[in-house]
Ligand binder design. Sequence first.
Ligand code: ZN
Length: 457
Amino acid sequence: MSLRPEQVRLFLENTEPLKWSRNNRLPLYLWPIMDLEVDDEAEAESIIQQFNERGIGLISTWDPSDRERTLNRGLEIARIQMELGLRVNVNANPCTYSFCNGDLRTAHIGEDGEPFFDLSFGKAHKMGCPFALDFRRPEMQQQVEFFVQAYYEADLEIGFIFADWEIDGPIEWNGAWAASRRCQRCQDQIEDIHDFTAFQSALRQKRSALQREMLADTIISCFPDALVGNYGVYPHDGHRYWYDYFEEFVDGVPYEQEGGAKYRQWFDEFPLTGYTSAMPVVYTWDKIWRWYDFDQVDYRWFYNMLKVGSNAGKSTSSEIPIVTFVHWHTVYTDDNNLGIQQFSENMYQELLWHLLLRGHDTFFMWCPLDQATQEARLVHQVYAASLEYKDFLESGIPINFDVPSLPGPVVSGLRLGDHLLLRRTDFDDTRSDVTLTIDGLSVGVPRVFGKCMMKLL
Ligand SMILES: [Zn+2]
């Protein structure tokens, strides 16, 4: 994939230069703003500069299957970014595939001694045995290290690097538990394999160790200040309130039921990965629509997505930046999509504001190219406007993580000394103030739509 000059023009036309300066705030990341393809260095510099005037960071991808070309292009962009005093941003995803490369040595072993793969994540994914992957570790680590070393030797400091490592390595969902219970090696490794919590814990520990060695340790050893993260890996309260497109609920696992939703128990993996940036995923998955029956239909989306975002916000320490994957167009994952009503634009933008006021630091908008201008415009407007309050966003402390279980007023806020930055979004006719108690003091939050409020405590 690459970003051509005609696409660049489209993004520049659909976003405005920032009115308030960004200072130390992280840039906004947009999935399509990746891998700029221009021959001329001056043109590349001008484009990077114009994106920066809009607060948008350009990302370069490392691809071990196209090593020399992607390295050279990455180094050239990084050089320009360093000269302009900007963060160097990297997509390391192609370096993270695959531990489960189909090699028979990665397979589970049945009771009959025959090797087998778990194909429940799609026929294209030969998911192997979590305990047979160790021999893959040096090769996987070296795929990343090659690029890291080249940047290090060129004196180019990596500022932000992420992966979207998903269907590979140990994952406990779909048919994985059943496969492991049939595998001699897995049975030997996990004492109580019939207890899902024991199984999940063993797999996530393994998965975290693989990520730590391949990504976090490799990068941090050369660039101690780099933000390193992976899609969907973030601190949480013990539950996951969303499903990825390839994940299915598994009978017999612990969960919490609400409406049609089964919130799965999740292992506390983040501390074991060594990541320095949290990357929650706040998407309009189609399933969300069917989980809840609120007549106020926007609240079906808003409720779940704020629950996901608040989970990350309340569970992540302030030293770890939260770079949140966001998406607005309904994400269709199955054919059962009759009657789904698209989340409205303005309530999606309200949601983004509430995430910022609950400790999220910036957004990473993912979308296919045909949705890109609309997706970019929605998230960029909120990002740009939020910089008016950058002091609050930088140093303020979130005061509220409540997510009302029925449509009504939703309040989020940041406290900086005696000052409060508040936002209220209403999903019913409540006219009265919402009262929050902060340090024993009552604060009334009036109904105001589409604006932040400042108050003295
Ligand atoms: Zn196994």
